[in-house]
Design a protein around this ligand. Structure first.
Ligand SMILES: [Mg+2]
Length: 371
């Protein structure tokens, strides 16, 4: 089943809220940057990475797909995903300039497109292609009510609405003020609003140093915090290991890690307790499954990060035995052929063949940016 075309694309999806920020990032659009791959039978697979919709850097990703990877893919058998992953990841001149970063994000998009194509040819949704669900009641937790840029009164109202009206059994609140006392005040009010039984996770997006994170955790433990995500610089294994051994609050991370080797280093150092790979940053579904298996072998839960806004992760979380929870951010779903659906606090099983990664015709018509 030869590959006959590789066509990159850039879509910029505007946020309904206009803009949001956490301690580190501020975005007005989510970038869906990826590629369409066509096979000789006419089947098309779609894959993408997630970006801050910064056109200049998005174009570096599509240029890598168009100028480096396409020539390695055309004429190849689209079904040989493992072999093609290694061909692209280990192509010497490309590996020389990037074992992470742009080349890895581009490889992620290609890999997802190949899995999507293969599942469509098999007539199965990805979760079923991978062997079926181990987690029919996949719990969704709501992150979209918890941005740092949301003022306190709206934060509390949003958290209350999520659990009392929308059926969520968990929320995640962004933290990372220079003075963590401000975060603690917001969290105390949210805990009071949602009640004692609800999952209340936090996320500092890499902002703090070790003493600040330790001070935060000492005071936050009484609030039954489910996890503290990315408390410190993304690559700082030693500080995360020190924090994990000093606090009862579990450490979660992974959304900024590119490779299986990076995850192994954190797991080996006991620096992570909730493992959060993202198919849009590790190189696609192929490497995600390796990371999930690594975590599972250590009996660590896997809770994917939503760089794809869980269009693809919903399949993987349903299919992998290490996953029972998944983030919910509804930014891009309505621009996809098979949008994610949460009902009564649980992710529903997608039914269409493919990986859930196909943007709608309306998305291409209205959101495309020039390569
Ligand atoms: Mg995060």
């Amino acid at each position: 089943m030869k590959i006959t075309a590789v066509d990159p694309f850039i879509l910029h999806v505007p946020l309904a809220a206009g803009s949001i920020s956490d301690s580190t990032h501020a975005v007005t659009h989510w970038g869906v940057v990826g590629t369409r791959i066509r096979a000789e039978d006419g089947t098309e697979g779609f894959g993408f990475t997630g970006t801050h919709a910064h056109l200049a850097s998005d174009r570096l990703i599509t240029a890598c797909i168009r100028d480096c990877y396409a020539a390695l893919l055309l004429g190849e058998d689209a079904r040989d995903i493992q072999r093609l992953w290694h061909k692209l990841a280990h192509c010497p001149p490309i590996q020389w300039v990037g074992r992470a970063g742009i080349t890895h994000l581009a490889l992620a998009a290609v890999d997802v497109a190949l899995w999507d194509l293969k599942c469509k040819q098999a007539g199965l949704p990805l979760w079923k292609y991978l062997g079926g669900t181990t987690t029919p009641d996949l719990m969704a937790y709501n992150t979209d009510i918890g941005w740092l840029s949301i003022p306190e009164d709206r934060l509390i109202a949003g958290a209350k609405r999520a659990v009392q009206e929308d059926g969520f059994r968990g929320v995640k609140i962004k933290v990372g003020h220079d003075d963590p006392a401000i975060d603690l005040r917001r969290l105390e009010k949210v805990r009071r609003a949602i009640g004692p039984g609800m999952m209340l996770a936090t996320d500092a997006n890499g902002k703090w140093d070790l003493p600040t994170a330790q001070r935060f955790c000492r005071n936050a433990e009484a609030l039954d915090i489910y996890w503290l995500e990315e408390p410190m610089w993304y690559d700082d294994i030693a500080s995360h290991a020190a924090l994990a051994s000093a606090t009862a609050i579990p450490v979660a991370l992974g959304e900024q890690l590119y490779t299986l080797d990076a995850f192994r280093a954190f797991v080996d150092a006991r620096a992570v307790q909730y493992v959060q790979p993202d198919i849009t940053r590790v190189a696609g579904i192929t490497e995600y499954l390796q990371v999930a298996d690594l975590a599972h072998a250590h009996r660590l839960p896997v809770v994917a990060h939503a760089g794809d806004m869980c269009q693809v992760h919903v399949h993987l979380a349903h299919a992998h035995p290490a996953s029972t929870q998944l983030e919910y951010i509804p930014w891009i779903k309505d621009w996809f052929v098979d949008p994610i659906v949460v009902r009564d606090g649980n992710y529903q099983l997608p039914q269409r063949p493919g990986a859930g990664s196909t943007p709608s015709e309306a998305a291409f018509a209205q959101l495309s940016r020039p390569l």
